[in-house]
Design a protein around this ligand. Structure first.
Ligand code: NAD
Length: 256
C-alpha cells in the first residue's frame, strides 16, 4: 500500500487525483492539503506527497518532505530557472518524480520529438505551440518548455530567456514567448514557443518541423485532466519503492 497526501487538493488537478485514486487499489489517500491546512498534522502518515499547487509552494514543500523523509511527485509547473535549480539541490536526500506532464502520450511525444529533430537535421525550422484552459496561470506550459528544451538539446542550443525576442537574441538560443514587433526574418537558431488560452482545453501541444516544400507536425491532445492525475498516481506508486534520486515520468513508464 502507498499512502499519499494530495497537496493542492482543492484545485483542478487535486480534485482529479481524489476522483481517480479509487481506481488504484494500492493507493490510500491519507491527507488532503490546500491553503490554510496543516501539512505537519498529516505528513507523518504518508509515504508520498503529490504536489499540484503553486510554483511558489514547491520549494518549501520539498524541504518539509526532506525533513520528514517522504518521497514526492512534483506536477506543479511555472517555476523560475533559479527555483528549479534550488529544488534539484534540496531534493537530493529523497526520491522524487518531477514531470511537466504525466500523460503517457506526451511522454512518447517527448521521444518522437527528439527522434524527429535528429532525423530531419538543421534545415528544418522548429516551433512549439500549446493551448490550455482559460484558468491556467503560467505560460508557456511546462510541457511546451520541455519540448523546446528537447529540441534545443538536439541542436546544442541554450535557453535565451523568457523576454528575449529575435532582435536581441544571441546565437545558439531558443526563445519561449513567441514573437512581437519588427522581428525581421526568421533566424535558423530560433525555437519559439507560442501559448493559446481558452475554454476548458486540458492541454494541446504541437511541435512543428517546417522545411522547404514540406512540414511535419507532431500533436498531442489531452481531453481530460484525469490523464495527468492517473499518471501522477502511477508515479506515486512507483516512487515509493525507489532509492533517493530525481526521476522523470519516462523512468516510471520504462521509456528511459
Ligand atoms: P489550480 O489553481 O486549479 O489548483 C491549485 C491548488 O493549489 C489551489 O486549490 C490552491 O489553493 C492550492 N495552493 C496554492 N498554493 C498552495 C500552498 N502554498 N499550499 C497548499 N495549496 C496551495 O491549478 P491546477 O490546474 O490544479 O494546476 C496545479 C499545477 O499543476 C499548475 O502548476 C499546473 O500548471 C500544473 N499541472 C501539471 C500537470 C502535469 O502533468 N505535470 C498537468 C496539469 C497541471
Amino acid at each position: 500500500m502507498t499512502k499519499v497526501i494530495v497537496y493542492g487538493s482543492k484545485g483542478r488537478l487535486g480534485q482529479a487525483l481524489l476522483a481517480c485514486a479509487p481506481n488504484f487499489p494500492n493507493i490510500q489517500i491519507v491527507g488532503q492539503v490546500d491553503l490554510g491546512d496543516s501539512l505537519e498534522a498529516v505528513i507523518g502518515q504518508a509515504d508520498v506527497v503529490v504536489d499540484f499547487s503553486s510554483p511558489k509552494a514547491t520549494l518549501g514543500l520539498v524541504k518539509c518532505c526532506v525533513a520528514a523523509g517522504k518521497a514526492m511527485v512534483i506536477g506543479t509547473t511555472g517555476h523560475t530557472l533559479e527555483v528549479r535549480a534550488e529544488i534539484r539541490r534540496e531534493a537530493g536526500p529523497i526520491a522524487v518524480v518531477w514531470a511537466s506532464n504525466f500523460s503517457p502520450g506526451v511522454n512518447v511525444l517527448f521521444h518522437l520529438t527528439h527522434s524527429a529533430a535528429e532525423l530531419l537535421g538543421p534545415d528544418f525550422d522548429l516551433e512549439v505551440m500549446e493551448m490550455h484552459h482559460r484558468l491556467k496561470k503560467d505560460a508557456p506550459s511546462g510541457t511546451a518548455k520541455t519540448l523546446a528544451e528537447i529540441l534545443a538539446g538536439v541542436r546544442d542550443q541554450q535557453f535565451a530567456g523568457e523576454e528575449t525576442y529575435p532582435r536581441q537574441k544571441v546565437k545558439k538560443a531558443y526563445t519561449s514567448q513567441g514573437r512581437r514587433g519588427d522581428t525581421g526574418g526568421r533566424d535558423c537558431n530560433e525555437i519559439c514557443v507560442h501559448s493559446l488560452r481558452g475554454g476548458d482545453v486540458a492541454g494541446d501541444h504541437t511541435v512543428y518541423f517546417a522545411g522547404d516544400g514540406e512540414r511535419l507536425e507532431l500533436t498531442h491532445r489531452a481531453s481530460s485532466p484525469r490523464v495527468f492525475a492517473n499518471g501522477a498516481l502511477r508515479a506515486a506508486q512507483w516512487v515509493h519503492k525507489q532509492v533517493p534520486g530525481l526521476y522523470s515520468m519516462g523512468h516510471v513508464l520504462g521509456l528511459v
